[in-house]
Design a protein around this ligand. Structure first.
Ligand SMILES: Cc1cc2nc3c(=O)[nH]c(=O)nc-3n(C[C@H](O)[C@H](O)[C@H](O)COP(=O)(O)OP(=O)(O)OC[C@H]3O[C@@H](n4cnc5c(N)ncnc54)[C@H](O)[C@@H]3O)c2cc1C
Length: 356
């Protein structure tokens, strides 16, 4: 069985981002890498969106970028601009194609379906398969999005809708998210923040149909593509071990209050590349403790006070849009943090701070 210097377990977003980062920085000219990925083929399965607050390697996989966004609760809409940090959407199909084309050119990189096909004893392992120990109180962001196409122009593709809470909440937090790629194509997603990771909220197709036809008032359209997912809003139990570090969701790269993970994965890949020669002795890369603490309290409020969450999110966005974007992207300073914290209902958050 063949030996490799490095093994990446899971050739998804984090695994491929890391392999690409190492390859373009020539870290694999004299080193070998095995990527363990069980899927038979790469096809479009996710849309990764985020405010572009840092540079990344995948600008050419961006399907659409917006400089304006909105958020609404029943009878109220807020319009915000994000000129400085545009909101970008990456199509996973373009990402997989770009990365795999690049990796194929290096004979030191090999793909395998199962780790048992190689000798892993002497390798350094980057693992992106999360160990999730969920219980009845674990919070999830679960969602389903469809790309719809209309015959005539229907959408305003200059502005995306981040959260529309004008929909039934069913004792959880529920909103729609609409990304208009063109005037006649948009991704419309129904999203739940909920501990009910069961079938009671998974009538996704009906929810989307009802929203598109009766809320957006769009009667004629076809569905080109569908994606479904569930992001754990708790940290997986993967531990760092000697000769092994966790990356991606498994490595705690998800911002728990939002589910945003993509840019954190990119930062982590860069960090690994910069410290590769000393990786065993390098500190664990993690989302800043400040955000971990604030998100913990925020998630307690979501669990106990779901009915006030639409208003809380709406109020949060009454801060300057740059402040809120920096806060949600883990890049805010203390003053910017306070500008957001002060918008929150104080007693609700203080109570959440002292109870588990
Ligand atoms: C549908 C969807 C949409 C999302 N949208 C956004 C977004 O808009 N913005 C954002 O920031 N984040 C988003 N996320 C969250 C996060 O960015 C993604 O989940 C991202 O793909 C996480 O990367 P990852 O490498 O950790 O996991 P994955 O991309 O899921 O990669 C894990 C890989 O491991 C493979 N694998 C599974 N089991 C094994 C095994 N036993 N051995 C080896 N390999 C295995 C899988 O086939 C997969 O390829 C989204 C998540 C989902 C599910």
């Amino acid at each position: 069985m063949k030996d490799f210097d490095y093994i990446i377990i899971g050739g998804g977003c984090a695994g491929l981002s890391l392999a690409y980062e190492l390859e373009i920085h020539k870290k694999l000219e004299n080193k070998t890498l095995a990527i363990i990925e069980p899927r038979d083929e790469y096809k479009r399965d996710k849309t990764w969106s985020f405010w572009k607050i840092i540079s990344h390697n995948f600008d050419d996989c961006v399907k659409k970028s917006w400089k304006n966004f909105s958020i609404n609760v029943p009878n109220k809409t807020k319009f915000l601009e994000c000129n400085k940090y545009p909101y970008q959407s990456i199509d996973s199909e373009l990402f997989y194609k770009k990365v795999n084309q690049k990796l194929k050119q290096n004979k030191n990189i090999n793909f395998f379906k199962n780790i048992d096909e190689i000798n892993s004893k002497n390798s350094f392992i980057f693992n992106s398969v999360p160990e999730l120990k969920a219980n009845n109180n674990s919070l999830w962001q679960h969602f389903c999005g469809v790309e719809i196409e209309t015959k005539n122009n229907f959408f305003d593709d200059e502005i995306m809708n981040l959260m529309d809470f004008d929909c039934e909440q069913r004792k959880s937090v529920h909103f729609f998210y609409t990304l208009p790629y063109t005037k006649n194509k948009a991704l419309v997603e129904t999203t739940w923040l909920s501990i009910m990771h069961d079938n009671s909220q998974k009538d996704y197709e009906n929810q989307i149909k009802e929203y598109v036809e009766n809320h957006l008032n769009l009667k004629e359209y076809k569905i080109n593509y569908k994606e479904e997912g569930a992001i754990p809003l708790f940290y997986p139990s993967n531990k760092r071990a000697k000769n092994k570090i966790n990356i991606g969701t498994a490595g705690g790269m998800t911002r728990l209050s939002t589910g945003y993970t993509f840019l954190n994965i990119q930062e982590h890949s860069k960090f690994i590349r910069e410290n590769l020669e000393n990786i065993n002795k390098t500190k664990v890369f993690a989302i800043d403790k400040k955000y971990q603490f604030l998100d913990k309290i925020f998630l307690r409020v979501i669990k106990k006070n779901s009915e006030i969450m639409p208003d809380i999110f709406f109020k949060m966005f009454s801060s300057s849009s740059n402040n809120i974007i920096k806060f949600l992207s883990n890049k805010s300073n203390i003053l910017e943090d306070f500008s957001i914290i002060l918008k929150m209902p104080k007693w609700t958050f203080i109570k959440a701070l002292f109870r588990n």
